[in-house]
Write a protein that binds this ligand. Structure first.
Ligand code: 5RP
Length: 251
């Protein structure tokens, strides 16, 4: 992996304290610099990706970008892109995507990601798995040594049918990592339902997962599991915005 660091403030200027949302916006705007007219673009989901989609909408309106086709990774992003006048399509019509821009919940030193705390992991994995370049945009709080190490959840999308059975299978599989599996609820206390009509089981881990590829394969072999939120070896670039500037990490 190569790394490039860009300072946010000129030398000698007083330090500026930026909010997390401002950092997300800085990373998002930097990623949009990679967008060229005529591209098929994967449009991510979440508060960081939202800034990127807004920026693409602005550049289209200003005529600085033309002939863009967006492939949204969720119904929410689809609505946002439509409201901005971004022309949209889907993977059926555009199976090859030039560039996708999306956030992440965790990024490890090898640029492996955890995604899906916003619940859109399945469509994100389909779209981002079909692109030549996947630029992941995060503020520095998302950097972790090991995936699952932030104390937050590793999300798994499961079919609603007998979800408790599937949750138990997941918990038993990852028992050695001290896994606790919990059904995700929405703000009304009902099961959170994904854009695909499925549920999310959040896996809370006390210990590292060990070999991520082995864990990934084992999770996917459980009947009832649709997809999980580990995105291994998928990001080609990660843009990290922090108080000291922007860091661009390339695979
Ligand atoms: C949604 C995702 C998001 O990219 C991830 O949750 C990061 O969100 P945010 O940019 O709001 O911090 O994977 O499924």
């Amino acid at each position: 992996a190569s790394m490039e660091a860009l300072s946010l403030s000129p030398p000698m200027s007083p330090p500026v304290i930026l909010t997390q949302d401002e950092l997300k916006k800085i990373a998002a705007y930097k990623a949009v610099e990679f967008v060229e007219s005529g591209m098929v673009l994967g449009l991510g989901t979440g508060s960081t990706a939202k800034h990127a989609v807004d920026r693409i909408g602005d550049l289209l309106r200003q005529g600085k970008l033309t002939n863009i086709v967006g492939i949204p990774t969720s119904k929410k992003t689809q609505e946002q892109a439509l409201s901005l006048g971004i022309p949209l399509s889907d993977l059926d019509s555009h199976p090859a995507i030039d560039l996708a821009i999306d956030g992440a919940d965790e990024v490890d030193p090898h640029l492996n990601l955890v995604k899906g705390r916003g619940g859109s992991l399945l469509r994100e994995k389909m779209v981002e798995g079909a692109c030549k370049k996947f630029v992941c945009i995060v503020d520095e709080s998302k950097l972790v040594k090991h995936l699952g190490g932030s104390g937050l959840a590793l999300p798994v999308e499961v079919v609603p049918f007998c979800w408790k059975f599937t949750a138990n299978k997941l918990q038993n599989l990852l028992e050695r990592s001290g896994c606790v599996a919990k059904l995700r609820n929405d703000c009304e206390g009902k099961p959170f339902v994904t854009d695909n009509g499925n549920f999310i089981i959040d896996l809370y881990l006390k210990e590292e997962l060990g070999d991520l590829q082995i864990a990934s394969d084992a999770i996917l072999r459980i009947a009832g599991v649709v997809e999980h939120g580990m995105f291994l070896d998928m990001a080609t670039t990660v843009i990290v915005a922090g108080e000291l500037g922007i860091t661009i990490k390339n695979k």
